[in-house]
Design a binder for this molecule. Structure first.
Ligand code: AMP
Ligand code: MG
Length: 404
């Protein structure tokens, strides 16, 4: 692969993939189905929020008179029962209105005293305020949102509160990106579908299931194909099908230097490779390129490696493709409680468990960490982001990436 960037830092690998993004399209989505979707356009509020001055307390609405002394007795001139009642109400001199949370403020009132600090006379005609009413219990019109203002930006991932905010802004449906169809092709003669009987030399195929979960976690549609044998013809035909049916292809296996690493070979001979190998441990073998113009990530076959490479390469790519802010793995600082073997030139992503203590987060590496050991990933809370040359000594504070 002459001239193809080889064994490059993760950031360089990511920016090479960003040069070849999938085509995206937009659809309208009702709010019932909006959770997890990505906004395709800026959303402007259709209303002021609140649309009118209203009370944040159950209590009495009145006018704050700086010269008044408390307790102060006022005439009760009516009740404003709830939001939605639009009868005009005006406060007179020496009067107060009983008011409920969310109800519109009467004309002329500027303050609220909560009911707990009010004493209503037995005949219900007057109220005694035990202290001064509070202007800050009035929710002012448009203090949260202003009509016509961009409130959610294109690329925003719709979390539950943001879906609610769309409703507050007056939208019944919103423009979102269509999920990308991500084809997942595992390769290897030794792979059998779980549930079938294994012969000597065979193992259950697991990568496609894990990768499909990651694709779905990111809000896209995974299309899992049956695993492909290590043969150029079988691979060619599967890649052609996947590139016809999908926006992006993920392969697993067959990208190392072995005799049967046909993904690398076929991409080299018949596809287009944009880089091969990157500086991470585990997971150094991946390649990226195109097959019939469809972006293709050649992920390593080792189960932990394929997962780690998804997190470091495919997840940033999918976010970049939609210019979106999530979903994202959080980085936190953690103190190493076990020695982690680092390297001079690679980012080291070891699996650790985390415990929260008064001193901060503690990272333990409890067990065997072979890149074939999927259980060590399944029982981990985070991956170390040990930079090239960092010691990895016990007691060192490092960044870790929290994984689901
Ligand atoms: P490869 O990259 O094809 O050389 O595979 C590296 C290792 O990962 C080998 O031990 C394979 O058996 C294993 N492997 C490859 N693909 C999968 C898969 N889809 N599921 C589980 N293990 C796999
Ligand atoms: Mg293989």
């Amino acid at each position: 692969m002459e001239g193809v960037p080889y064994f490059i830092p993760v950031e360089q690998a990511q920016s090479i993939t960003y040069q070849t993004l999938p085509v995206t399209s937009v659809e309208e989505c009702g709010l019932d189905d909006a959770h997890g979707r990505i906004l395709a356009q800026d959303l402007v509020s259709k209303v002021n929020d609140p649309p009118f001055d209203n009370s944040s307390m159950d209590g009495f609405a009145c006018c704050l008179q700086p010269s008044a002394t408390y307790p102060l007795t006022l005439k009760i001139s009516g009740m404003i029962a709830a939001a939605g009642q639009d009868a005009p109400t005006t406060l007179g001199e020496g009067e107060a209105f009983r008011i409920m949370t969310g109800a519109p403020m009467p004309e002329g009132a500027d303050s609220i005293l909560q009911i707990e600090r009010c004493e209503v006379a037995d005949d219900g005609a007057t109220v005694t305020l035990l202290e001064a009413p509070k202007p800050h219990f009035v929710r002012k019109m448009s203090e949260n949102l202003t009509l016509g203002e961009v409130t959610l930006k294109q690329g925003t991932r719709l979390t539950p509160s943001r879906v609610g905010l769309c409703a507050t802004m007056g939208y019944a449906s919103i423009p979102v990106y269509k999920p990308l169809i991500v084809g997942i092709l595992s390769t290897g003669d030794e792979l059998k579908a779980p549930g079938s009987k294994l012969k000597r030399g065979e193992i259950y195929e697991s990568n496609s299931y894990g990768l499909a979960g990651l694709v779905q976690w990111m809000g896209h549609q995974a299309k899992r194909y049956s695993s492909v044998n290590d043969s150029m013809d079988a691979l060619r035909s599967s890649l052609n099908t996947a590139s016809d049916e999908c926006d992006i292809i993920l392969t697993s296996g067959g990208v190392s230097m072995g005799e049967f690493d046909y993904v690398r070979r076929i991409m080299e001979e018949e596809g287009d490779v944009h880089f091969w190998r990157m500086k991470i441990r585990p997971g150094s073998p991946p390649l990226f390129g195109t097959w019939n113009t469809t972006p293709l990530f050649g992920l390593p076959g080792n189960p932990v490696s394929s997962h780690v490479v998804f997190r470091m390469l495919v997840a940033p790519y999918l976010r970049h493709a939609l210019n979106t802010d999530g979903p994202v793995e959080w980085s936190v600082r953690a103190k190493l409680c076990d020695q982690i073997k680092s390297t001079k030139d690679c980012l080291t992503l070891r699996r650790v468990t985390l415990t929260s203590t008064d001193e901060g987060m503690m990272a333990h590496q409890p067990r065997h960490q072979g890149s074939g050991n999927l259980e060590s990933l399944a029982s981990a809370d985070a991956l170390t982001l040990l930079q090239p040359g960092q010691s990895g000594d016990v007691g060192e504070w490092i960044d870790v990436m929290v994984i689901e």
